[in-house]
Write a protein that binds this ligand. Structure first.
Ligand code: UT7
Length: 338
C-alpha cells in the first residue's frame, strides 16, 4: 500500500491582532534622580525616556506575556484553546527552564498549543515573528501567538546610571493567521547576526560559563553590562542597513512606508535611522518616552501604540527594525491587514 502524504498548502501569514500589557507601577526620571547621579534633562536629551513601567515583586515575564496574549486573543475573539503554537521572545525568562512559553501555555489555558522561547535580545520579536510566520506559511498551523516581553528590572543594576535609566518592563503579543483572499500580510525580512559584538551587551553570569556563585553575585555579574557607545554606533548603522536591504529587495523606498515601527532603545537611534531612510517623523512610531526599552516587548508594544493613535489602516506598508545584543539585526516588511 502506498503512503498517503498530506500535501502542505503554501499560504501567506498576517498579523490579525495585537495585545499589550504594562505593569501599572511607574519609575520616573525624577525617581532615578534620587538613587543615582543623573538628571531628568540628561536622560531625556540622550535617550528620549521620561518614565518606564516596573513589575511588582513576584510578577514575572510569563505573567506579563499571558496578559498580553489574553488581550490579543480577546480582541480577535479567539479562544486560547484554538492556539496552535506559542513563541515567546525574551531575554528574561521566569527561569532557565521550563521555558516561558510553557508557563504561558498553562496560565493562558492554551490546551492544544506547543511552544518555545526564542533568545535574540532586542531582536527577539522580529525573529519570533518570522519563525511563527513560517509555521503558518507552511500550512502546519492556523493560529500562532508570537509574544515579545521582558522583565528588564530583574537584570538591571540600579546602581549603574549608564544602564538603569534605559530599561523598563512590558510585553506585547500578536496573533499570526493565514491571509484571506486578496491579503498580503508578511512580505519579506532580512536578518543578520554579528557574534563578534557579544561582549558589548551581555549579562555575564548565570549561564554555563559562569554559574551562579557567591563570587558572581559579589562581582555584580548577574546584571546587564553595556558598552553604550559601541552599541549605539552599531545600532545606528545596522537599523538603517537592514531596513534599506528589505526595502530595496522589494523595489520600494522609505517614501512608500506608512508606518515605521522600530525597536525602542534610544530616540536618537530611531530618528537618525528614519532620517536616513527618508521617513518623516510623523510616520515613525515612538513610545520610548513612556515605556523605555522593554527589549523583546518594544515592537509589539509600539504596534499597540500605533493602533491606539489610529495610525494603522488595512493595506498600509509597515516596516519593523531591530538591533540587539548578540549582535542581532532584523527588519521586516509587511502589509497591515486589519
Ligand atoms: O536595546 C539594546 C541596545 N542598546 C542600545 O541601543 C543602547 C545604545 N547606547 C545608547 O543609547 C547610549 O550610548 C547611552 C544612552 C547608553 C549613553 O549615551 P551616550 O551619549 O553614548 O553617553 P556616553 O556613554 O558617551 O557618556 C557620556 C557621559 C559620560 O560622562 P563623561 O565620561 O563624559 O564625564 C557618562 O559617564 O555621560 C555620563 N553618563 C551619564 N550622566 C548622567 C552616563 N550615564 C549617565 C546618566 N546621567 N544616566
Amino acid at each position: 500500500m502506498s503512503l498517503q502524504l498530506k500535501p502542505r498548502v503554501a499560504v501567506r501569514a498576517k498579523i490579525s491582532s495585537v495585545g499589550t500589557y504594562l505593569p501599572p507601577r511607574l519609575l520616573t526620571n525624577a525617581d532615578l534622580e534620587k538613587t543615582v547621579d543623573t538628571t531628568d534633562q540628561w536622560i531625556l536629551e540622550r535617550t528620549g525616556i521620561r518614565e518606564r513601567h516596573i513589575v511588582e515583586p513576584g510578577q514575572a515575564t510569563s505573567d506579563m506575556a499571558t496578559e498580553a496574549a489574553r488581550d490579543c486573543l480577546a480582541k480577535r475573539g479567539v479562544d486560547p484553546s484554538e492556539v496552535d503554537c506559542i513563541i515567546v521572545g525574551t531575554v528574561t525568562p521566569d527561569m532557565l527552564f521550563p521555558s516561558t512559553a510553557c508557563l504561558v501555555q498553562d496560565k493562558l489555558g492554551a490546551s492544544k498549543a506547543w511552544g518555545f522561547d526564542l533568545s535574540a535580545a532586542c531582536s527577539a520579536f522580529t525573529y519570533s515573528l518570522q519563525v511563527g510566520a513560517k509555521l503558518v506559511e507552511s500550512g502546519a498551523h492556523k493560529k500562532v501567538l508570537v509574544i515579545g516581553g521582558d522583565t528588564m528590572s530583574s537584570i538591571v543594576d540600579y546602581t549603574d546610571r549608564s544602564t538603569c535609566i534605559l530599561f523598563g518592563d512590558g510585553a506585547g503579543a500578536v496573533l499570526l493567521e493565514p491571509c484571506e483572499e486578496g491579503e498580503v500580510g508578511l512580505i519579506d525580512f532580512y536578518h543578520e547576526v554579528d557574534g563578534s559584538g557579544g561582549s558589548a551587551l551581555c549579562m555575564p553570569a548565570g549561564g554555563s560559563l559562569h554559574p551562579p556563585s557567591l563570587e558572581t553575585v559579589t562581582n555584580r555579574q548577574h546584571y546587564i553590562k553595556q558598552d553604550g557607545q559601541t552599541v549605539y554606533k552599531f545600532a545606528v548603522r545596522k537599523m538603517m542597513e537592514a531596513s534599506e536591504r528589505v526595502l530595496t529587495a522589494n523595489g520600494i523606498t522609505g517614501a512608500d512606508i506608512a508606518a515605521f515601527i522600530p525597536h525602542q532603545a534610544n530616540k536618537r537611534i530611531i530618528l537618525s535611522t528614519a532620517e536616513r531612510l527618508g521617513l518623516p517623523e510623523d510616520r515613525v512610531v515612538i513610545n520610548i518616552d513612556r515605556y523605555g526599552n522593554t527589549t523583546g516587548g518594544t515592537i509589539p508594544l509600539a504596534m499597540g501604540t500605533a493602533i491606539e493613535e489610529g495610525r494603522l489602516k488595512k493595506g498600509d506598508l509597515v516596516l519593523l527594525a531591530s538591533v540587539g545584543a548578540g549582535f542581532t539585526v532584523g527588519a521586516t516588511l509587511l502589509r497591515w491587514e486589519f
